[in-house]
Structure formats: structure tokens, C-alpha cells
Design a protein around this ligand. Sequence first.
Ligand code: KIV
Length: 278
Amino acid sequence: MRPGDLVTRKQAGRPILILTAWDALSAALVEEAGAEVVLVGDSLAMVVLGHATTLPVTLAEMIGHTQAVARGLRRPVGQQPLLICDLPFLSYQCGSDQAVAAAGRVLKESGAAAVKLEGGEPETVAVVDRLVRSGIPVMGHLGLTPQSVHQLGYRRQARDPISQERLRRQALDLEAAGCFALVLEHVPDDLAGSLRRQLTIPVIGIGAGDDCDGQVRVTADLLGLTPSQPPFSPPLLAGRELCVDALRGWLQATAQPWPARAADGLPTRPAAPAAPHC
Ligand code: KIV
């Protein structure tokens, strides 16, 4: 799967489903489950690195995690999922040269074939244009953009007609600059649906309703591994409880004190009951 294939998928009406991964283990899980597109999202800053926001994760960390994800993908070359890596905060906001250097490192060093970045202001659109003209495929991301959390918070975006019109303009600008797809996060369903019809490139939703060309989810949220999940991404299973219960069971069963004392005075593990003869 190449970035350009996603437009063909949209035209064919086949949903584009994207799961995140952050290391070799999670990569193997989503690949075995059948994911065709894998995103190393900067949500890993919160999900696996323990930060309060996505802002602190560095370019080097994103590259390191993407390398681990690439190592975890085991399908033969040519059949592997499309691997996309988020450009972290401040790796592309200081201008096009800095963005090309950062995204170039991602493609050269990590195994990813494309990058994703947030925002649609003219400066960001100019960065996208430069990246695309440098041969670097770019996925856009509008709506709730967590790198702007200190301005926008985590609430639903584009709730009034003026901000909806601004988001529509930004989406069109990102498409014109060459984005191969656009993530819309936590925006009204009807806005996502109408943009899906207006844009040629696929609209990939998260918290944007079902009327999108595809969906993206943070895998740890779907598995219920994160302490809490956003309202628009309910868990499929209580993964955290399942893991904690299993580990607690093993710890409790294995932690029984050894009452017996050997001649040297040291505690001694009691003899296991004899195995039944088959
Ligand atoms: O960082 C991330 O995981 C993302 C998805 C929520 C789209 O950007």
C-alpha cells in the first residue's frame, strides 16, 4: 500500500482503516489483525511515555519508536502496511527547511513512507507544499489538534459556522498543497461528511462520525489499555482490567511464603505435589 493508493480506495468506496502502533509488539498485533495502514502517532507521548500532553515527544523518540514498529511488521516486503509517522511539535513549525530536514530524517531513518502533521494555517500549508515537492508524502490533520492543546483544549472543534468555514478552507488548501489524506478529529459529523464529498483525497475520521472515507483509532484506547478513553473512542474490551487481574493472579499464586526450613536455616520451597501418572 502506497500513500497514493488511498485515493483509489476512496474512489472504490472501500473504507481506509488506520491503527496506531508504538513498538514492535503493538505493530505485530495490528498487522496480524489485518491493519493496512499503521500510524506511529505522537499520542505515544501520553500513551506510552507518560507525558501529560503530546508536546514533549522529540523527533529522535518518534524515529526510535517508528523503527521499532517497522521491525515488528513481519509481512513480506510489498505486502506490509503503509507506515506513517507523526511529525512532533516544533519539528515543522519553524519553517519549511526545518520541516524538510525533520521529515527527511523520518523517511531515511525510520522505515515510514509518509508523515502526518497538524494544522492548516497558511504557514503549515506552505510547509506541506514544500514537503510534497521534496518527495515526502504528507497526511494532514485538522479539528482537534493535540499539539495546540494550550489554545484549543480537547473539546470538539468547528462548532459554529465561522469556524466550520475556516476548517473547510484549510482542508481545501491542504488538498491543493498535495496532502494524500486528511485526518479530521472531534468535529461535527455533518461537517466531516460534507468535506468527504467536497475533497478528492480521503477524509479519515476520529470522533467525526461514520460518514468518512476511513477511520483512525489509537490502538491502546481500543484495547482499553489507557486509564481513560476519549468519549469518541470507546474501548472494545477492558484490556487494563484483564491484564491487571492476570498479573495479580500470578503474583498472588507465586508469592506464597516458603514455610519449611532446611537444616541450614534457609526457607525452602515446599515440594510440589507429585504429577499424576498419565
Ligand atoms: O497521535 C495520534 O495517535 C493521532 C491520531 C489520534 C490520529 O494523531
